[in-house]
Design a protein around this ligand. Sequence first.
Ligand SMILES: Cc1cc2nc3c(=O)[nH]c(=O)nc-3n(C[C@H](O)[C@H](O)[C@H](O)COP(=O)(O)O)c2cc1C
Length: 385
Amino acid sequence: MKHIPCIEDLREQARRNVPKMFFEYAEAGSYNQETLRANRADFEKLKLRQRILVNVDKRSTATTILGEPVSVPLALGPIGLGGMMHGDGEILACRAAQAMGIPYTLSTMSINSIEDVAAAVDKPFWFQLYVMRDRGFIKELIHRAAAAKCSALMLTVDLQVIGQRHNDIRNGLTVPPELKIRNIIDIMMRPAWALSILKGKRKTFGNLAGHVKDTSNINSLAKWTASQFDPTLNWKDVEWIKSIWPGKLILKGILDVDDARIAVSTGADAISVSNHGGRQLDGAPSAIASLPRIADAVGSEVEVMMDSGVRTGADMMRALALGARSCIIGRSYVYGLGAGGQAGVARAIEILKNELDITMALCGVNKVSEIDRNVLADTETQQRP
Ligand SMILES: Cc1cc2nc3c(=O)[nH]c(=O)nc-3n(C[C@H](O)[C@H](O)[C@H](O)COP(=O)(O)O)c2cc1C
């Protein structure tokens, strides 16, 4: 993996390894993909301030997230169907994150279950919760995460209904899945991927199978899931979840200052400024454009994280400059998983860490805690925000 220099090359490798229907599922944004594109475009618009002749010999990317030491202000976000990028994908991603000294978040919609991952690693990981209509199941799921010693619960608050991704329909990644001849041919042309999936512990949603009634096969399970995302979810439910979850609570999917203020009043430990990687409300602003106002409003009361669009260490620098304490990545490590399993995820983390380190040096910064808006350039086209 050492020969892969950047996330974009991991992406190209993943495109070659993973069947089209799963690669495009990971790539896509919802509807017209305006928000997906804005996530990248707005990062690239933010120019950094080059500083020279500062002694940067003793610099470090190390910091803390939710009080825990990390080697770089980065966490791996929850990825539904992560185990379709590579067999046992969630276990491998968690191992890579822990070896690199950063948190990993397991999705409710993962292939490996909470218990599978807990048995395969020796440090705590985070669990992401989608709230379903069946609150008995949700209560049990929260208890399972607590029993597995998950150190934080990440409640996703931007998916009461699901934004449509056109390619999933074109590719037959629907409920129930459509077995198209071209998908079968595509899979046959990717024997290494197929073998890794065959060797994987599970072939269905590991957190749901065996815990939900009358869902004996993947089709009935997928149907149950699709009917279970709960449009009634509201702030009162956050209180309920907080009352039964013993650990740290992160609310992921906040894009609005008013919502951020309410989030703080729930007593959440952290929020992630996020538009779900451009997969939910198309037409919403980018996460990086939404970040500064939210960080200004609540940054002293709650730990602010951000995700959606992070592909480089320079992006991390921009997010930290605008008030995030850490970044969460989705696709950047999903590409690593597709490109090379655990080694690919480790490489993705290493690439971002090295890029942040060099970016810090060239901006004349030694510590993560020194990064603020002064690292952004004041140019004719960009007033330092
Ligand atoms: C393939 C894929 C699956 C995802 N599944 C989940 C999920 O199960 N739960 C969740 O809260 N977010 C999910 N997300 C959103 C990510 O956690 C994260 O917010 C997003 O990927 C960040 O944007 P980025 O991919 O540009 O880094 C998913 C994203 C992708 C790309």
